[in-house]
Ligand binder design. Sequence first.
Ligand code: BES
Ligand code: MN
Ligand code: ZN
Length: 493
Amino acid sequence: MKIAFAKPTLPKGGAIAVPVLEGRKLGPTATALDRRTKGALTRALEASRFEGKVEETLSVLAPRGLSCSRVVLVGFGKADALDALAAQRIGGALAAQLAPSGETTAALAVDGFAKAGAPAAVLAANIALGASLRGYRFDRYRTTEKSDERPSLKSLTLLVGAPADARKAFAPLASTAQSVSTARDLVSEPANVITPQAFAAEAKTLSKLGVKVEVLGVKKLKDLGLNLMLGVGQGSAHEPQLVVLRWNGGGKASAPVAFVGKGLTFDSGGISIKPAAGMEEMKTDMAGAATVLGVLRALAARKARVNAVGVCALAENMPSGTAQRPGDVVKSMSGQTVEVIDTDAEGRLVLSDALWYTQDRFKPRAMIDLATLTGSIMVALGFEYAGLFANDDELAEQLAAAGVATGERLWRMPLNESYDERIKSEIADMKNDGGRWGDSINAAVMLKRFVGKTPWAHLDIAGVAWATEDWPIAPKGATGFGVRLLDRFVAET
Ligand code: BES
Ligand code: MN
Ligand code: ZN
């Protein structure tokens, strides 16, 4: 969908969208159009349940007296609650409403509301962001789809008093939205396409933005001793890969911030194989790595004045004659040994080595990992929040604040020593399975043993990486959760 900004004028055709505040209070443009159409909008309001709340829309088709094919009343909510996040949801709702409507062009009059929290240009930019994020569609493999099954909407113009300001405010948001799309594409791709090698090849394309990309294959990983990661991948025909991305936008001497992503291109469970129903969703088990790639892309695209490292730990967890077995004991890069009780608890194995490697090599000032790590976090938090675990309160607070600001919300979970008992092994330093209760915590407690003294946070994104229903600013499917969150985190710290 093409986004444009222009001075307010009534378009000759297509859809014209106009704000209505909560309590059915028509904005200035809606009032003017109501007059021109001899009250068509008021009558439509009276015939409907539309209240003017954020995310509500009401279409009035072909009203007499207008050359536009429809007027869309768009709920703007309460004027004093009209902030960036509300604007994004408004844009998302409008895009969702118009995408299948048959309209190819639409314009939204972003009326200035005297009491509104943000200036109209900033509102317009955030509405545009919400519309483009919600307008995302992964249609690479739909080859027989007819044109009337595809979204009709091709362009959305935001009408504002200061279009140049809005355009300027939108530029960085559009760039971040691009990075969110990149992450969503990777997660949406099936596992026969996105193998560890294919992911690494995709990562290499970031070099044109100035990101340094290194790919460590099996030989290098063996030399370094990342045996937990190698063990997880040893049953697959596709070898594990560790991708290291570096964006050096900060001073030479300043320690980087590091992001580490779980990148299971497919998680069958391995020998502890998963049930068949729903297993296809495990193509998304590389969402953490996809987000890390997206964040590094976002930072490079906006030339962030920061040193950042992204590590994507890529492997495929498959059952086979070469697969690791329950009961295997493996020595990690850190030297600690792990008894593999359940080969389906593979994320914590891969991440443990990746975290150790990252802190050992880069001595980061902070290290944040993202992983679709446990079903247990979905039991605890559903799809609303990602789980946040941290060994550092300040880091946890900074991340939680970035979550509130971007709407990618985090909920802090406990991580105290009393949980250690649960991952005690009879034969090794620890085991990779602490039983059913509090498993997202058991997993985090294991990771904590591989971060040394580095300020570290772990985001369990199993519940938020893939939407089973449409979200306000993400159609169902891959959400790209974490890209905007961490981009904001970097901007604020
Ligand atoms: N990738 C899964 C977690 C997951 C589940 C992500 C559902 C997204 C949706 C992870 O590797 C896993 O299999 N975890 C097991 C751990 C258990 C065997 C200790 C789980 O959560 O059941
Ligand atoms: Mn698993
Ligand atoms: Zn997994």
